[in-house]
Ligand binder design. Structure first.
Ligand code: OOB
Length: 548
């Protein structure tokens, strides 16, 4: 499936966003120049794995300039894509800014991605290189990147932070002499984010310098980040939430310090909160629940932590209250998407709103339409009244108008007047706050990790003992949802066990979040009127089992 690399904003909207001062004609690379001058000696980044490793704004800026030159010398050209698969290591920051400066587009993979996902991302983006670490948490990322490079013809280089055979050491590129490079177009693509992957493998989301900086700048204001703030990145930093809501980029924008946590579990994180006097962090609901519980018994001093952002998946009122009480913080709910739109509860919102809604949009020019989800009309679906559930459509100064090279998909995912169909079911309240109540789309939200059922079904169907597979989400107290795979065995073959199938999916190179949590072997699937597998009935069957 192909299509344009980037669907630009319609000219009249772009003109409006410029006139309103949202887009200011600045690239992310140029932004770092400004920040490095304003905050030169302040600490920008601390490595949570070894807190003696600390980089000032001047260090990061200088490193990013050298690395940009190194990438150009390696032969990477503006507009070429490089898959960045880095865990929370301090190199992440200079790496992405070097790419922004060289006009090379990072494609943000997650450290949890394995062969299957990485190969898809590299192939889909026609990446010229993959940039990763040597090993991390006992996984050989360099070997994985080399294996993917061997299968994806466009990949010319594997660049590695650390040391690994047959790769280009990042340190070698960082040794280049800085040189003046032409500043890319601020309204051009800066990087590709991954979609939650609602209808299969992840889609690529082209984000531009100007609009992304706007969302970061406003996030900084809404979350009240200041130079004295210390942001703890506990989630994988390449994800849009810890990257920009307000995240690492927000912390940089504010002249604040980012502490990169190598692992998000409470024990490790609490130590960092105490030693670095962390003031703000952002996590998915299951992690927030775990932190709130662990806080009751901890001996660590968490008193510096003022604000905890919770988002990526639904945080209901009970959990919301447990978080603010358990951690003694101001909770900010965040409902965002890599495609653009981000909603926050505000720091001065009444407690009731913070507990029961997922916030309101960043921008006065975020246009929100909540429409009848059953209305099939292409663009004219009627809006439902406030307080009633409908499908969320949005358009605004930092929401994309098309996925990367996905013309066919774009025709159904965007309305003719440029609204993005988020696939989320929401209620809008008269204050403008949104409550997320579910999804129109099939995607499973496993504690913030987005699982595309089709993708997991595909893995299962590859097993000779499987005739058919259907993956559904089941409610789970801790994760929000878990994945359950229903499997119809192939006749004449030994019926595979759940453990065997889980191992099989993992061995096919799937990320651990794509390995089904539960597997049920059944004789046949319930079907809908037209003979499609009824996931609704499968889900209902599971819920019935869970409540008996
Ligand atoms: C964030 O981004 P993605 O692209 O991984 O996932 C977006 C989807 C949304 O469409 C929605 O279905 C779900 O994740 N979601 C939430 C939520 N926040 C995201 N569902 C319920 N409540 C929430 N608070 O997940 C993301 C991007 C930027 C900031 C925060 C999260």
């Amino acid at each position: 499936m192909t299509g344009p690399d980037h669907t630009p904003f319609p000219p009249e909207l772009a003109a409006r966003y410029r006139a309103a001062g949202y887009w200011r004609g600045q690239t992310l690379g140029a932004l770092l120049d400004v920040l490095a001058t304003a905050h030169a000696e302040r600490t920008a980044v601390v490595d949570g794995a070894d807190t003696t490793v600390r980089h000032s704004y001047a260090d990061v800026d200088e490193h990013a300039h050298r690395l940009a030159a190194g990438l150009v010398e390696l032969g990477l050209r503006p507009g070429e894509r490089v898959v960045v698969a880095l865990p929370n290591v301090p190199e992440f920051v200079p790496v992405i800014f070097a790419m922004f400066r060289a006009g090379v587009w990072p494609v943000f993979a997650l450290p949890a991605h394995r062969h299957s996902e990485l190969r898809h991302i590299a192939a889909q983006s026609e990446a010229a290189a993959i940039l990763t670490v040597d090993t991390h948490q006992r996984h050989d990322h360099a070997a994985l990147a080399r294996a993917v490079a061997a299968e994806v013809a466009s990949v010319r280089h594997v660049i590695v932070a650390g040391r690994a055979p047959d790769t280009v050491p990042l340190a070698e590129l960082s040794a280049a002499a800085p040189r003046r490079l032409p500043d890319p177009d601020p309204e051009g693509v800066a990087f590709l984010q991954l979609s939650g992957g609602s209808t299969g493998l992840p889609k690529l989301i082209p984000r531009t310098h100007d609009e992304y900086i706007y969302s970061v700048r406003e996030s900084v204001r809404i979350c009240a980040l200041r130079p004295e703030s210390v942001y703890l990145a506990a989630l994988p930093v390449a994800h849009n939430f810890p990257l920009s809501s307000p995240g690492v980029l927000g912390a940089l924008h504010a002249g604040a310090t980012t502490v990169l946590a190598p692992h998000p579990d409470a024990a490790a994180v609490f130590r960092l909160i105490e030693s670095e006097r962390v003031t703000i962090s952002g996590v998915v609901p299951p992690l927030a629940a775990a932190w709130a519980q662990a806080a009751a018994a901890t001996t660590h001093d968490l008193s510096s932590l003022r604000v905890l952002l919770v988002g990526g998946a639904k945080c209901g009122p009970e959990l919301a209250r447990r978080i603010s009480d358990g951690l003694d913080v101001t909770l900010q709910q965040v409902f965002g998407m890599a495609e653009g739109l981000v909603n926050y509860t505000r720091l001065d919102d009444p407690e009731e709103i913070v507990a029961t809604t997922q916030g309101r949009p960043i921008s006065p020019d975020d246009e929100i339409r909540v429409v009848d989800p059953d209305d099939p009309s292409v663009s004219g679906a009627a809006e439902v009244p406030d307080g009633e559930v409908g499908a969320l459509l949005t358009r605004g100064p930092y929401t994309i108008h098309g996925y990367y090279r996905a013309a066919e998909h774009n025709r159904t995912t965007f309305t003719p007047d440029g609204f993005y169909r988020t696939g989320d079911l929401v209620r809008r309240y008269p204050t403008g706050h949104l409550e997320v109540v579910g999804r129109v789309k099939e995607q499973i939200n496993r504690g913030g990790e987005k699982v595309a059922p089709e993708e997991v079904e595909n893995h299962l169907m590859a097993h000779p003992g499987v005739l058919d597979a259907a993956v559904v989400g089941v409610p789970d107290e801790f994760m929000g949802e878990r994945t359950c795979a229903y499997v119809v065995p192939a006749s004449g073959e030994a019926v595979p066990t759940g453990a065997e199938l889980r191992r099989y999916v993992r061995d096919r190179g799937a990320a651990s979040f794509n390995v089904p949590d539960l597997i049920e072997v059944v004789d046949a699937f319930p079907v809908t009127g037209v003979g499609k597998t009824s996931k609704r009935e499968l889900r209902a069957a599971l819920t019935a089992v869970a409540t008996t």
